[in-house]
Design a protein around this ligand. Structure first.
Ligand code: MN
Length: 152
């Protein structure tokens, strides 16, 4: 990285010399109100360390893939779906996403959900659930409730 070793943080959870990116291309997958920043790229033997922020009421894409995520909540609170589990999460909580595990992050209605997420630079593309997989997920009432209100 051709820049200072130190990039200072700002109160709004952006960082100096770090671009505030769109989460994904609009329309490529369902999501609402998520931003992405790549904090470190190709470090620690081929890892990428990102910061995602889901605005109040927003959600990340419901997806699964072979690669794993190591997540720490840095700002705010919300809930996540990991496999069959729906859990409340808040600052400093850790979330591990195992291979091929359905996962999604939702911010609270009155707070953002900002989280650090470590991935391998070399990773497979996320899979989205098809109608049948979505129905199977929704068979669980807690998951059905978690997925409610998403315009898919
Ligand atoms: Mn993912």
């Amino acid at each position: 990285m051709n820049q200072d070793a130190v990039r200072k943080s700002r109160p709004d959870f952006t960082w100096e010399h770090t671009e505030l990116l769109r989460y994904k291309v609009e329309g490529s997958a369902p999501f609402r109100n998520v931003t992405r920043q790549v904090l470190f790229d190709d470090i620690a033997g081929g890892a990428q360390w990102r910061y995602f922020e889901v605005a109040p009421g927003g959600w990340s894409t419901l997806e699964r893939h072979q690669h794993t995520h190591a997540v720490m909540v840095l700002r705010g609170r919300g809930r996540c779906l990991v496999g069959q589990q729906v859990r409340e999460i808040a600052e400093r909580d850790l979330v591990e996403i195992a291979p091929m595990t359905w996962h999604q992050f939702r911010a609270a209605e009155d707070a953002p959900l900002g989280f650090l997420c470590l991935v391998s630079c070399d990773r497979d593309r996320p899979q989205l659930p098809d109608a049948q997989q979505l129905r199977a997920l929704r068979d669980d009432p807690a998951i059905a409730e978690f997925l409610e209100g998403q315009d898919r």
